[in-house]
Design a protein around this ligand. Structure first.
Ligand code: ATP
Ligand code: LTN
Length: 328
């Protein structure tokens, strides 16, 4: 039996190069070896305020990118999280078994609480990891391919599953985070100490998957680097390190091969070559994306059939959990 894989992206902004390298591109490469579930986690996106129309548009936009990047509905179940009610229902049951202290230790929550203030951020932000645990556990997934920022959430999912199994008997598969050696943490081009992220306010730091070539080039040429000149991976020089990291992830070269490639070249050369590389990588993605967006009826049809397949599996787990807990 093939192992099961589940992952998802929030429709909280335009997809970024970080989402592509840390998540989407890896999913595509794993597709043949696993039984795959990939969703668009709209219920997670609404933990922050979203415009309803814009949210609906982005869900389809991301679905189009899933397909454009090469996810194939014959090999992967592609669906929208909110279409499967069982995620929310399992989420509630898991809420009742998760100590608040566990959630208070989540760095994503702590960061958001520090920035937004506890009076402003929603309970959803606090509870976010429990819904994510439900997403994962409901499919009895073995592996969760994500970027480095999600490692702690997958650990929490394991803790929740182990605790449930101990109390009610073997119920959930204990999942593992599956994080790449490269590309797991692409940093902002404007502030390389911060993660590149789709909901950030600084557009110069983020390359989105729909950026036209001239904009990609401009952002990369203006990327913040230090005053050094030698192109090498060095944690004290996060700007150039980030550019080299993107380069090595896209080319498949190791870090030392990347340094050898740029030996004797300055930062300007790295930026020029990287810009060409990123533009070339985005071109087919953008072309295919347009093709899927041009036929929304076909896209919706694919999403509907993904929901049907996902529902069948999710309902089975939910029923088992409800019976064990005594609410069925
Ligand atoms: P937001 O800004 O709304 O938090 P995000 O851009 O961080 O969004 P998510 O939807 O939270 O994206 O994450 C989707 C997937 O992309 C996750 O697997 C996450 O780990 C990965 N990912 C996000 N940003 C990066 C990044 N900068 N580098 C590598 N992987 C990333
Ligand atoms: N929190 C994740 C998105 C997410 C997810 C999931 C990832 C929600 N549910 C289930 C993997 C499996 C993030 O990437 N920000």
């Amino acid at each position: 039996m093939q192992k099961r894989v589940i992952s998802g992206i929030q429709p909280s902004g335009e997809l970024t190069l970080g989402n592509y390298l840390g998540a989407l591109r890896r999913w595509v490469s794993m597709q043949d070896h696993y039984e795959n579930y990939f969703c668009i986690v709209d219920l997670h996106a609404i933990t922050e305020p979203q415009d309803p129309q814009e949210l609906r548009r982005r869900v389809r936009d991301i679905a189009a990118f899933y397909l454009a990047a090469g996810l194939d509905t014959r090999r992967s179940v592609i669906f929208i999280q909110s279409h499967i009610r069982a995620h929310s229902e399992l989420g509630w049951i898991l809420n009742c078994m998760t100590p608040m202290g566990w959630l208070e230790r989540m760095t994503q929550f702590k960061d958001k609480a520090a920035k937004g203030g506890r009076e402003r951020i929603s309970v959803g932000v606090f509870d976010y990891p429990v819904l994510m645990a439900a997403d994962i556990l409901i499919y009895q997934a073995h592996l969760v391919p994500v970027g480095d920022d999600q490692r702690q959430h997958v650990e929490l999912t394991r803790d929740i599953a182990i605790r449930f199994n101990n109390r009610f008997g073997e119920t959930f598969t204990i999942p593992e985070a599956f994080i790449g050696d490269t590309g797991a943490r692409i940093m902002s081009l404007a502030d390389p100490t911060q993660k590149m992220s789709k909901s950030t306010e600084d557009p110069n730091g983020t390359i989105t998957l729909l950026d036209p070539p001239d904009l990609v080039r401009r952002k990369i040429m203006r990327a913040k680097t230090d005053s050094g000149s030698e192109a090498c991976f060095d944690p004290t020089r996060p700007g150039i390190t980030n550019l080299l990291e993107i380069y090595s992830t896209l080319t498949g070269l190791s870090r030392s091969q990347t340094e050898d490639h740029f030996a004797g070249h300055g930062y300007g050369d790295v930026k020029r070559e990287l810009a060409d590389l990123v533009i070339a990588a985005l071109e087919p993605l953008q072309r295919e994306h347009h093709r899927y967006i041009d036929d929304l009826a076909a896209l919706d049809h694919e999403l509907q059939s993904g929901s049907d397949r996902a529902t069948a599996i999710a309902e089975r787990t939910l029923r088992d959990v409800q019976e064990k807990v005594g609410v069925r």
